[in-house]
Design a protein around this ligand. Structure first.
Ligand code: SAH
Length: 217
């Protein structure tokens, strides 16, 4: 192998450890979810200098003052949504695209919106290089969702909302579920579910996400 032709670094051991020590050990049991985390190369979505640390138990900067969440937080949010292979999923906040890749392996199709154009473009490039399910990306302010493809079975929001996501909840189908960080006073992850036409709301753990912002950048 000549200079500059380095073999692709294999991080599968770091990935296995992440799944075992950070996800399984903390109660993530959904087999398909664990399999997806085993498969998606998280390091490709981060700065190459991050190397194997991409699989560490923490969040990382992804540029433009944004961060990719800690693997456990992402897994826990997705597990709450009980995603089935038939689900059409809306993701608000594509960011690096890592979670988009995982969601696409769990559901039927992912519709992911991001307000920062270079982040969305970069995510699209990486996603096109790896095996994923069906994904549609759009550069837009996702505060009001993506009405064109509604209703969705599941919605996941990766940035903190100031109040109950009323417009997004309207874009859910029958029995639809939404998980979002909501920061009225203190920030909590909240799980919403439509049950027989009635909205159920369950407050989960405390959390700290970047804020949901208006407009595109
Ligand atoms: N899940 C992402 C993490 C994204 S961080 C990942 O795996 O990398 C939250 C993202 O939400 C940021 O990229 C931010 O730009 C985006 N965001 C914030 N407000 C938004 C809005 N109104 N519409 C769409 N995206 C938004």
């Amino acid at each position: 192998m000549g200079p500059g032709l380095e073999p692709e670094v294999d991080y599968s051991i770091a990935r296995k450890r992440m799944v075992r020590d950070q996800l399984s050990a903390r109660g993530i049991e959904d087999k398909r979810l664990l399999q997806a985390f085993m498969e998606v190369p998280r390091h490709l979505f981060l700065d190459p200098a991050t190397g194997a640390r991409a699989y560490d138990d923490c969040s990382f900067p992804i540029g433009y003052s944004q961060t990719i969440s800690q693997p456990y937080i992402q897994a826990m949010m997705m597990q709450h949504l009980q995603i089935s292979p038939k689900d059409r999923i809306l993701e608000v906040g594509t960011g690096s695209g890592y979670q988009t890749a995982i969601l696409s392996l769990l559901g039927q199709e992912v519709f992911s919106v991001e307000r920062i154009a270079p982040l969305s473009k970069n995510a699209g490039e990486i996603l096109s290089r790896i095996r994923t399910g069906r994904i549609r990306l759009k550069i837009t302010d996702g505060s009001d969702g993506w009405k064109f493809y509604a209703p969705y079975d599941k919605i996941i929001v990766s940035a903190a909302m100031r109040e109950k996501p009323v417009t997004l909840l309207e874009q859910l189908g029958v029995e639809g579920m939404l998980i979002a960080p909501v920061a009225k006073e203190r920030e909590h992850l909240v799980l919403y579910k439509w049950v027989a036409g009635e909205l159920k709301e369950q407050i989960l753990s405390r959390c700290a996400f970047v804020p949901l912002l208006k407009g595109i950048q």
